[in-house]
Every structure is written in C-alpha cells, then in structure tokens.
Design a protein around this ligand. Structure first.
Ligand code: MN
Length: 208
C-alpha cells in the first residue's frame, strides 16, 4: 500500500489592503476582529479538523462521529473561502464603489435593466436574509445567468457549479461594532467600497 500523505492544510491569505482601508464604511476595529479573529479562527479550526481526519484515515479509526467532524470541517473550510472572496470583493474608497464595467456591466444591464435596478434588487435580497448568512451574485455557465442568491450560515451545497462573482457577509460580526442592529445601513454603506474591477475580472475569467 502506498504511503498516505494525507489532506493538506489551509493558510490564512493576506488581507489585500490595510485594516483601516475600508473606513469610514467599515471600521478598522471591525476588519481587525473579523480578519484576525473570525477568519483566522476558521482557518485554524479547519486545520485542527484536518489533523484529526488525517489521523482517522491513517489509523483507519472506526466509530467516530463522521457527520459531526465533516459538518464542522465544511463550516470552517467554507468560512475561509467565503471570507477570502469577501475581502477581495472590496477596495478602499476611490478604488471601489462606482459602477461595474466590462462584461459584468453589460450582463447586469441585459439581465437586470440597469445597474440601479440590480443594486436595488441585490439590496432587497441582502435585507431579506434572515439572521446569519451571505448575499451573493453567482454566474451559471449553463445559461449565462447572473443569479442573486442568499446563503445561510456557511453552507454552500446549493451553489454547486456556480462560482461567486460578488459576495456580502451578513454575519453580525461583519457590522455590529459599528452599525449595531442597523444591518441595512451596513448593506447601504458596502456599495461604496465594492471592488467592481475584481468582480468583472472574475466574471471575464469564467467566460473564457
Ligand atoms: Mn464573516
């Protein structure tokens, strides 16, 4: 039997800007806690679970709680992936905000009528999300749709084969320190720092 190398670990990606770069829309304190606390925590916990799973696979251990371990691993790996997308989908004022260009701008105009209509609809979707989750824009290669979707918690199963072009974190840790219970104000502020050039680059990569 070949030597089992095991599953590889995850690494916390660097934040693409300084922790105070999203001010005044998202405070330095929020980015600090969110990135150095929550995001790092998902990566660390995913790696602890991978160690455990590697041990289970190598030793062929029976009778452990597979459902619990894999559910927890799913939560934490998705936590890492979703936050990496989220950080990269924002940029400091001046670089972010404005309107989508390129193929993304064209497709939004075709499918939603205009950027303003799209923004209104995405905002409504985000504000309708009950509790903990995400608002996302996905691209479906099957018919070329840009789908506005909501994700509960970190569980992504229903987004199979539909890469995320744009993502908004709606967990309380993403806004509470600054916006308290006014989540809609955070959603409104977020539009000022959306990194449209990154979102368009992502979409254009999927069209190739
Ligand atoms: Mn988060």
């Amino acid at each position: 039997m070949e030597e089992i190398k095991g599953l590889r670990k995850y690494e916390l990606p660097a934040l693409p800007y300084k922790i105070d770069s999203l001010e005044p829309y998202i405070s330095k304190d929020i980015v600090d806690v969110h990135y150095n606390g929550h995001h790092k925590g998902y990566v660390n916990t995913a790696n602890t679970l991978i160690d455990r799973l590697n041990g289970i696979i190598k030793e062929d251990i029976k009778g452990y709680d597979i459902h619990g371990v894999l559910r927890n691993l799913t939560f934490n790996i998705n936590g890492d992936k979703l936050h990496t997308l989220y950080w990269n989908d924002m940029a400091p004022e001046g670089k972010g905000g404005d309107k989508p260009g390129g193929k993304l701008g064209d497709l939004i105009d075709q499918q939603y009528g205009s950027y303003d209509r799209f923004k209104k609809f995405f905002t409504e979707a985000a504000n309708s999300n009950p509790g903990t989750g995400w608002a996302v824009l996905t691209y479906d290669k099957e018919n070329g749709n840009l789908n506005i979707m909501t994700v509960e918690n970190h569980f992504m199963n229903h987004l199979a084969e539909m890469p995320i072009v744009l993502i908004l974190d709606e967990f309380e840790h993403a806004y509470y320190l600054q916006y308290k219970n006014k989540r809609a104000d955070y959603v409104g502020a977020w539009w000022n720092i959306v990194n449209w050039s990154e979102a368009n680059k992502k979409l254009e990569g999927l069209l190739e």
